[in-house]
Design a protein around this ligand. Structure first.
Ligand code: SF4
Length: 482
């Protein structure tokens, strides 16, 4: 049987996937191997996923972003699903989760795995419930069959909500928003109606064996995550987390890679504490967080409310962020929502990487700032996180080719472009010295390439002197002490 990345890392082997990851992350391959061997990072890489370009998820590496794709009951065609995959990867998703619940799930999943250069994740219980009339009819065998089939298809990681236990359910009674995880709520209903322990917990070791055979990575689901900031950090959430810690160690014992999912909705002052608690309880297994949203009041803008929490989480050690789109809580995201959600999350991830001094992270900012200061608009667009949007916004007001070399944009205009003024004020060595003369706009390079309405304002009504509280000001006097 082919071994998993963690088994090979423990045996001292640097696999081709580890070599590739080291190259992508600008790290030493031996360091990558050590992180994987110790369970501090995962390389989701199903043996059957041939189109994958290996990547790594761990707190010592660049923060990753996941995008959810997939259809609903009403929309399902493979071409449309592959377009969603393309959109997610195009806008920078590091992994995708296929959360399809309609149409031919097997065909869609197989097509996604065939075409995805990034790891593909799933939540197998979503497919399992499609095979029964009532979620209460799910059986242990059916769940295991679905998991095994998806592992054979090449799925790289699966969300398994094995940490929601019967004894945790009463802890959710006083909550404002109950159980908001889809998987968590289905399993809670199953346990209530069957009077039995969570089947994914009961069969966890059997699932480990399937995962070890195909090198599927666990994404241990947080079925009891808070769905409102009022429910954040309650007994139910942390009771489940303790179980996830236990399951992490069981998976490691079986030679299976593990990451652990986290909340949800958390006030910003509790985010760091959440990350530190998960890292401690789960012995440093990578933390994969959904947001968290730091306030509940902004439906329509939850890519922003959650990107704030995601930045804080990544700064504190979360390894992967599951994006949230502006449609969160409101509807299935469209392509433009995917774009906005991914932009918000890539900003969150990168901001944390800069703060955490990840190799190469700051270089990107410095390169863009240099292009900006040099008025190299094309390079600025190329370096932008979303080049197409950056150029589109610029060209909305200044579309001509001549404006690609202009020493200003329409935000401040040529007359007040501070960077242009700054540069004109410096000598040939770029140094400031005493400025005797006013900048001659007519002689500046900006004047040669632009036709702004400079000097075209009628100033005949502007008074030469202004009296305020009995004191008379002239333009000269008002600047006299500058
Ligand atoms: S006009 Fe303002 S925003 Fe535009 S380049 Fe100059 S300083 Fe920057």
């Amino acid at each position: 049987m082919e071994r998993t990345q963690i088994q090979r890392a423990r045996a001292g082997e640097v696999t081709p996937a580890m070599e590739r990851v080291a190259e992508r992350e600008n790290r030493d391959p031996a360091f990558v191997r050590g992180q994987v061997a110790d369970g501090q990072a995962v390389i989701p890489n199903n043996h059957a996923h041939d189109s994958l370009d290996p990547m790594i998820i761990g707190r010592e590496f660049a923060t990753k972003v996941n995008a959810n794709i997939g259809n609903s009951e009403t929309t399902s065609d493979i071409e449309g699903e592959l377009r969603k995959l393309h959109t997610a990867v195009h806008y920078g998703a590091d992994t995708v989760m296929d959360l399809s619940t309609g149409g031919n799930l097997d065909e869609i999943r197989a097509a996604n795995v065939d075409h995805a250069p990034v790891p593909v994740g799933t939540v197998p219980i979503y497919e399992a419930v499609k095979h029964v009339d009532d979620p209460a009819d799910l059986t242990h065998e059916l769940l295991l069959d679905v998991i095994e089939k998806q592992a054979e298809q090449g799925v790289d990681y699966m969300t398994i909500h094995a940490g929601v236990l019967m004894e945790h359910l009463p802890l959710t009674d006083g909550r404002k928003t109950g159980i908001v995880s889809r998987g968590g709520s289905i399993l809670a209903q199953w346990m209530e109606e069957n009077g039995m322990q969570n089947p994914l917990y009961a069969k966890f070791e059997a699932i480990c064996e399937v995962f070890a055979e195909h090198d599927v990575t666990f994404s241990l689901g947080d079925g009891l995550r808070p769905g409102s900031i009022a429910d954040a950090g309650d007994e139910a959430q942390f009771a489940e987390l303790d179980t996830l810690g236990e399951l992490t160690r069981t998976a490691w014992d079986h030679g299976v890679q593990v990451m652990v999912e986290g909340p949800g909705h958390v006030p910003v002052d509790q985010v760091t504490e959440n990350v530190e608690r998960q890292q401690s309880v789960c012995d440093g297994a990578p933390f994969y967080v959904l947001g968290p949203l730091v306030t509940d009041v902004a439906p329509g803008y939850d890519h922003i409310t959650s990107a704030i929490g995601a930045t804080e989480a990544a700064r504190a050690g979360a390894a992967m962020l599951c994006y949230v789109t502006p449609k969160e809580h409101l509807g299935l995201p469209e392509e433009e929502d995917v774009r906005d959600g991914l932009a918000a999350y890539r900003i969150a991830a990168h901001a944390a990487d800069v703060a955490n001094d990840r190799p190469g992270a700051r270089d990107w900012d410095d390169a863009l700032s240099e292009a900006r200061y040099e008025f190299d608009w094309r390079r600025q667009f190329d370096l932008a996180l979303d080049p197409e949007r950056a150029q589109a916004y610029h060209d909305q007001t200044l579309p001509g080719d001549n404006y690609k070399e202009a020493r200003f944009c329409s935000m401040c205009g040529v007359e007040f472009c501070s960077m242009r003024i700054d540069q004109d004020a410096r000598d040939a060595d770029g140094e400031m010295s005493a400025i005797d003369d006013e900048t001659d706009l007519g002689a500046s390079a900006a004047a040669e390439v632009n036709l702004p309405p400079v000097g075209s304002h009628d100033t005949s009504d502007v008074p030469e002197k202004v009296e305020i509280d009995g004191v008379t000001f002239t333009p000269e006097e008002s600047h006299a002490d500058d």
